[in-house]
Ligand binder design. Structure first.
Ligand code: TMP
Ligand code: ASP
Length: 236
């Protein structure tokens, strides 16, 4: 299938229409931003790593009961996906305190939570993606009760499946962000990406960070960390 018009350009991806109204092509960029676009840079090879890692993990999730937008990887950077309307929420699941949770609750990074923490943020760059709860989501009409229950169920299932899978690759799943979409017939699917841009991955033994925090915090070794995730998950 061929790209036709560009529908959208985000910070890390472009989305194109195709001649099939039910399908889009996503193209992953090497551009990296942090702190709501305040910090900008390039991570060489990131687009290809994120495309391949995300598709690999989405295939695993499909096989474990989580429907996703994935149709077919077209090449290193491009993937054919089902066309959806994105539910304007960042759905975050956390197993270990880090990042904004550690800051908000005054916890040391690395403290294990007693049970997974589920958070929602309203996707809006101008507002800095504010955290919202179920009641805001229903009151604003971003999702219905049934849709939100389905999203929450899928998010916790993703956590279980990924945490188990990554553990075998020597990676601890600290936290991650998901986005869901709705097809024309109202089906909720896991969309966007699951990659070192959108997850915190720590080496299980050394606790070395193998994700975008290396870029956010100027830790160095950014490209190597992305390649290491590709190597551990896809064996190359
Ligand atoms: P946080 O601790 O900064 O709130 O991030 C939680 C998780 O969400 C972490 O795995 C990184 C991911 N994330 C995104 O994918 N996009 C974002 O814009 C932010 C702020 C976090
Ligand atoms: N991608 C987000 C931004 O540019 C933030 C992040 O991943 O830290 O604002």
């Amino acid at each position: 299938m061929e790209k036709t018009t560009q529908l959208y350009e985000g910070k890390a991806k472009k989305v194109y229409a195709t001649d099939d109204p039910g399908c889009c092509i996503v193209s992953y960029k090497d551009d990296a931003t942090a702190f709501n676009g305040l910090k900008k840079g390039t991570i060489l090879g990131k687009g290809a790593v994120n495309n391949r890692v995300s598709n690999h993990l989405m295939r695993l999730l499909e096989a474990n009961g989580v429907p996703t937008h994935l149709i077919e990887e077209l090449n290193d950077r491009e993937t054919l996906v089902k066309r959806v309307t994105i539910v304007p929420l960042e759905v975050i699941v956390r197993n270990i305190a880090a990042g904004s949770l550690a800051k908000r609750l005054g916890l040391d990074e690395g403290v294990k939570m007693r049970s997974p923490v589920l958070e929602y943020c309203y996707k809006n760059d101008d507002l800095g993606d504010p955290m919202v709860n179920d009641s805001h989501i229903l009151a604003m009409g971003w999702a219905t009760r049934a849709e939100l229950d389905q999203i929450a169920g899928y998010a916790l299932r993703v956590n279980q499946v990924l945490a188990d899978y990554l553990r075998d690759a020597g990676i601890e799943l600290i936290d991650f962000k998901l986005e869901f979409g709705k097809t024309a017939d109202g089906t909720i699917l896991l969309a966007d990406e699951i990659s070192p841009d959108t997850c915190r991955f720590w080496d299980s033994k050394t606790h070395e960070k193998l994700d975008k925090d290396r870029f956010r915090r100027d830790l160095g070794g950014v490209e190597d960390a992305y390649q290491e995730i590709l190597r551990r998950l896809l064996g190359e």
